[in-house]
Design a protein around this ligand. Structure first.
Ligand SMILES: [Mg+2]
Length: 224
């Protein structure tokens, strides 16, 4: 019997990819740079390289961000200029923040306690949920930076259940990543629900439930 629903945020509740895409395209255009799919691909490639150097300990977070900006604009920029360029992007990204259109109705209608478990920084997700007018739906908002562990580590799911004071068997987890979210949750004893918005043809592992829109969630939970 489900008593509570835990949620992923990015690309489950918050349209991270769409908001980022809109923010980037507007930013490139505002900076007088080529905009479009090729520019997005180039930015994402440069970003992946920057994050790899961050993960390898070659650069600090601030250094890799500036290096990404310099690589993208293909000009030497002082630190302050690179920071300002990135700040202008962030302002347009934040102006483009949106929740998926099926989110508000489902969060408001579910007769369960609700919480967030995200592999992000709590300060970011608190701001996003408040900006989108959704924060009041969630009793707890837990992120990997505060927990010291991240999905699909079982410790992350167990910490979220403990925060609700419920055993995993009474908690459902809803997320867009099959392995990290739904399989990870299932392996710890939660009801793992994979939100497959793209309607992919990927096989669904045993014990995992798949939905393609949040409107399917109330009936699924009511039968669980
Ligand atoms: Mg996600």
């Amino acid at each position: 019997m489900v008593e509570a629903v835990l949620w992923d945020v990015d690309d489950t509740i918050f349209d991270f990819s769409g908001s980022e895409r809109t923010g980037l395209l507007r930013h490139f255009a505002a900076e007088g740079l080529p905009s479009g799919e090729a520019a997005l691909d180039r930015w994402h490639r440069i970003t992946a390289e920057g994050y790899a150097r961050l993960a390898a300990g070659e650069l600090t977070y601030g250094q890799q961000r500036r290096e990404r900006v310099r690589a993208f604009v293909e000009r030497p920029l002082a630190d302050a200029e690179a920071d300002a360029w990135h700040d202008r992007y962030v302002a347009l990204f934040e102006a483009a923040w949106t929740a998926f259109p099926d989110v508000a109705a489902v969060l408001g209608a579910l007769p369960y306690r609700q919480g967030i478990l995200s592999n992000s920084r709590a300060v970011h997700q608190e701001r996003r949920m408040r900006a989108l007018g959704l924060r009041h739906h969630f009793e707890v908002l837990l992120c990997s930076d505060g927990l010291g562990c991240a999905k699909p580590d079982r410790s992350a799911f167990l910490a979220a259940c403990a925060a609700l004071g419920l055993p995993p068997s009474q908690v459902a987890y809803v997320g867009d990543q099959l392995d990290m979210d739904a399989v990870g949750a299932r392996d710890v004893g939660l009801l793992g629900v994979w939100l497959d918005r793209a309607g992919s043809a990927a096989p669904v592992p045993g014990g995992v439930r798949r939905i393609t829109a949040l409107g399917e969630l109330p009936a699924l939970l009511a039968c669980s």
